[in-house]
Design a protein around this ligand. Sequence first.
Ligand SMILES: [Zn+2]
Length: 228
Amino acid sequence: MNMNAQNKEEKIRFLKGQYDPEAYHFVLIDPQYLVNPDKKLYMQKEAYEAFVAMAVHAKKDQVILKIVSATRLFEDQKLLWENKFSGKRKVFGKNLAKHYKDPIKRARAIMQYSAPPGLSRHHWGTDIDINTVETDYFKKKSGKKVYEWLSIHASKYGFCQTYTKRDACRPHGYNEEKWHWSYIPLADQYWLDQIKWFDPEQINGFMGCEAVRQLPVLEHFIKGIYRY
Ligand SMILES: [Zn+2]
């Protein structure tokens, strides 16, 4: 592990995105690899270097890979989550606060695609969204080409699509995300730690956390990933 977390509490704070990325020597992503070059996005150095090597290879094959989202801290995820939970930001055109009065049903609806704060793999500096976060992109020719390239080559660089199609092999968890790729050489250990230390009491500090605690977070959402 290239982080200096020494004790369990510190590691749990890390897994929940409650840390300073600069203190862990995360690196700033070069704007040439960002969809929005004005953003300041961080990744762990090892994962970033693997991404750059992959993007250079892809470019030679006329496939452009750019990052939409990389490390998101607890507070970043909290803002995304609460905007959806409160209805401030619509989800597929719906104000979920109006549509689902029951907070458990509302949390479940958000969790089709978004993790609650403290539970996102984006907290780890290992997971990235590539080119888009829209399913429609992959229905077009250019999107299909990108996805096909990643499906063939990403694993050579350590990247795995954790949220594959929901089927008999992956019956639970977040819906398919063809844009979300995880750098497994680092992320797999974090995932194992997350399972080992999971405690519903850690799900706190955001709007709707009581509702999330009622859901099968560990069995369906944390464990519900594709893992090669
Ligand atoms: Zn993602």
